[in-house]
Ligand binder design. Structure first.
Ligand code: HDE
Length: 678
């Protein structure tokens, strides 16, 4: 086996001793005693009381009673998968990080996506920032890039994080609403902390209602450092760009999906990895030279600011592929302990005050939530050797040999020994720090509206419309008129038109305040400029008894070849016959399926479709049409589309010849939404 292959398999192999296969094995207690009866407690007589000596029942119950660990305070709802990362070419000019040197090295990764606000059981399609947290198991230790799908953050100093989260979470008196920002305390916090202005407009954009985890961007958010082997440091920001492009749901769809499939995102990720459609992201870096730190109109250490790609280009340096689902969600996804403080040689921190706050919080939370020895759990263990003098603590797994557990010693030749920086030891970059001890925000952190305006200027008309609707929805759910007014006034600092349009929906006038003078835009921020592909999009194919089998098969084969995933939908689950009497498997009935679950519909129908079929197909089409999705139809279904008055509308494609239909329909699916329908 080649060296690279060994490297790639290391994490998988390392997990193997911990993976227990229970299938076909005898039942035993945790102490290894084989169990003869697991359905009856030990009772005094078959109608008598249970005996305290029933050690098997007591073991089962005490373990069950402790099955939950505290959920994460934030990002509780999450889902993860394993994969690999590979750099395209050596980055030694920039960094000595081992995993960024050799394009042949495949570094194992674990990626956990999450929602910030919702608790562990929340709907997955709520409007929310998504966590995008990657653990790299490098040869020189663990590097965690614990980011979000939005490049900036709400606040500038970590000390405000508990306040933000208290305002964001369900209100404590009635614990309403779950996993949502549309309530008084959240918007009270935003409007009382104007540094959140730019983040507020990002979260009102379509980015917070993604179509799929596979179609979101990831950002490290903070400014880190890259340090090369000559000790030269540069400022760096990390980006993840999805190869499937950046795509979102529409708001009405996202809300309804909460009911149709609360597990929409995890199901999508799980199913695609199981089917071998491995999601991929390219890693990009923006780099600023040390000497250029003060060259920009924004402070590069302020986490409420991004570095526009048009000013500081993103260099693509490698690719991550997710290729394996977990074996057990609790053991892996729930127990994974990510921490922005986990860095390796070649990467270092900056004085970004938000990052500094995070460096304390994450280990603290892991020790409380998972336990002192959380780093020894299989999902958290590095792939390289670990030797030190830390000992004991609850649930210690590793058995350290020998009597010496201290540095410096002579009894064990002073081992484990320290490693100088020149030989691979971690050495902190010696950045200069001087100043008075103060509790203060830098004056260069005070501009809160320029980048909010930049984002607004960069949006397409459709995106602007969605942002106005989103603010109007959220504020409409806020009871306090004062808070509503404060938000409309905050928007007036960003853009007058935005403030007036939101204000109109709430019968409020924006205050007369100075508007940001920024006229620039950053095309890279608009989702309209992403890539559009048909790959892995789902087509609901509605068929009724006696449908044209040969023609449908030919079309579906062409759709599948172009990457689409047909789902056969019909009146009932099980099987259905075509016009030749051949049996087809039905994947979903009108009852178990939903137009919300498909990216487009193809109405095959049949020449003699029954009234119930037509009735349900009509409802599916109306819903998909209202969500701007492509709709295709065979000649048998055309009559129904005519009745609905949608023939000739954008993205509605009637089949004249099977081949040209497949091509046209695939193109429409790749486009995904037809905003010009109304
Ligand atoms: Fe976090 N954050 N955070 N955060 N965060 C946690 O750590 C915290 C911040 C992010 O999939 C917690 O293990 C503070 C920014 C992700 O397991 C906790 C501050 C960004 C995840 C915590 C921030 C994030 C977390 C909860 C302000 C984007 C989920 C449980 C200084 C760059 C990781 C845990 C996973 C999780 C604290 C700000 C992203 C409580 C104090 C900025 C993706 O430690």
């Amino acid at each position: 086996m080649s060296e690279d292959r060994k490297n790639e398999n290391k994490k998988t192999e390392q997990l193997q001793p911990f993976v227990r296969e229970n299938f076909g094995k005898p039942l035993s207690s945790n102490e290894g005693v084989k169990i003869s009866d697991d359905e009856n407690s030990l009772n005094a007589g078959d109608r008598g009381p249970t005996l305290l000596e029933d050690f098997l029942m007591r073991e089962k119950m005490t373990h069950f009673d402790r099955e939950r660990i505290p959920e994460r305070v934030v990002h509780a709802r999450g889902y993860g998968a394993h994969g690999v990362f590979q750099v395209y070419e050596s980055q030694e000019e920039l960094t000595m990080a081992h995993f960024l040197q050799d394009p042949n090295v495949k570094t194992p990764v674990f990626l956990r996506f999450s929602e910030v606000a919702g608790s562990k059981g929340a709907n997955e399609t709520n409007r929310d920032v998504r966590g995008f947290a990657t653990k790299f198991y490098t040869e020189e230790g663990i590097f965690d890039l614990v980011g979000n799908n939005i490049p900036i953050f709400f606040i500038q100093d970590g000390i405000k994080f508990p306040d933000l989260i208290h305002a964001l979470k369900p209100e404590p008196d009635n614990e309403i609403p779950q996993g949502q920002t549309a309530h008084d305390t959240f918007w009270d916090f935003i409007t009382s902390n104007q540094e959140s202005a730019a983040m507020s407009i990002w979260i009102m954009s379509d980015r917070t209602i993604p179509r799929s985890f596979r179609m979101i961007e990831g950002f490290g958010v903070h400014t880190f450092r890259f340090v090369n082997k000559h000790g030269k440091s540069r400022f760096v920001k990390f980006h993840w760009k999805p190869l499937l492009g950046l795509h979102s749901l529409v708001w009405d769809e996202a809300q309804k999906l909460g009911g149709a499939d609360p597990d929409f995102h995890r199901r999508d990720l799980w199913e695609n990895i199981e089917a071998g459609n491995f999601p991929e992201w390219e890693l990009g870096v923006q780099v600023i030279e040390e000497e250029e730190e003060f060259k920009f109109t924004f402070d590069i250490l302020d986490a409420t600011k991004l570095w526009p790609e048009e000013i500081v280009p993103v260099r693509i340096i490698g690719k991550m592929t997710l290729n394996r689902n977990v074996d057990n969600v609790f053991a892996e996804t729930e127990q994974v302990a990510l921490h922005p403080g986990n860095i390796v040689r070649g990467i270092d921190f900056t004085n970004d005050p938000l990052l500094q706050g995070r460096l304390f919080s994450y280990t603290d939370t892991q020790v409380y939530r998972v336990g002192t020895n959380f780093q020894q759990l299989p999902i958290n263990r590095p792939v390289c050797p670990v030797h030190n003098n830390q000992r004991d603590g609850d649930a210690r797994y590793v058995i350290d040999k020998g009597k010496v557990a201290y540095h410096k010693n002579s009894l064990a030749d002073n081992t484990p020994f320290t490693v100088p920086g020149t030989e691979g030891g971690f050495v902190t970059y010696p950045s200069l720090v001087n100043g008075y001890k103060v509790r203060a925000t830098a004056p260069s952190f005070q501009d809160h509206y320029s980048q909010a305006k930049l984002f607004w200027n960069s949006m397409s008309e459709v995106e602007k419309h969605h942002i106005i609707d989103a603010y109007s929805f959220e504020l409409g759910k806020v009871n306090s008129i004062e808070v509503r007014q404060k938000l409309v006034d905050m928007l007036a600092h960003i853009d007058r038109v935005l403030a007036v349009r939101v204000g109109e929906n709430l019968t409020l006038q924006p205050a007369d305040v100075p508007e940001s003078p920024v006229t620039d835009s950053s095309p890279a921020l608009s989702m309209a400029n992403t890539r559009f592909l048909p790959n892995t999009l789902k087509v609901g194919v509605m068929v009724d008894e006696g449908f044209k089998g040969d023609e449908t098969r030919r079309i579906l084969e062409q759709l599948i070849r172009s990457g689409l995933k047909p789902v056969i939908v019909s009146v009932r689950n099980g099987m259905i016959r075509d016009d030749k009497g051949e049996q087809w498997t039905v994947n979903a009935s009108f009852l178990t399926g939903s137009p919300l679950l498909y990216d487009g519909l193809y109405l095959v129908g049949s020449d003699n479709a029954d009234p119930y079929f037509n009735n349900r197909a009509r409802a599916f089409i109306v819903e998909s049409y209202n969500h701007f999705k492509p709709i295709g139809s065979s000649p048998s279904g055309e009559k129904l589309l005519r009745e609905l008055g949608v023939v000739g509308k954008p993205g509605v494609i009637i089949q004249h010849s099977p081949d040209s239909f497949s091509k046209e329909f695939t193109e429409a699916m790749a486009k995904q939404r037809f905003w010009d329908r109304y």
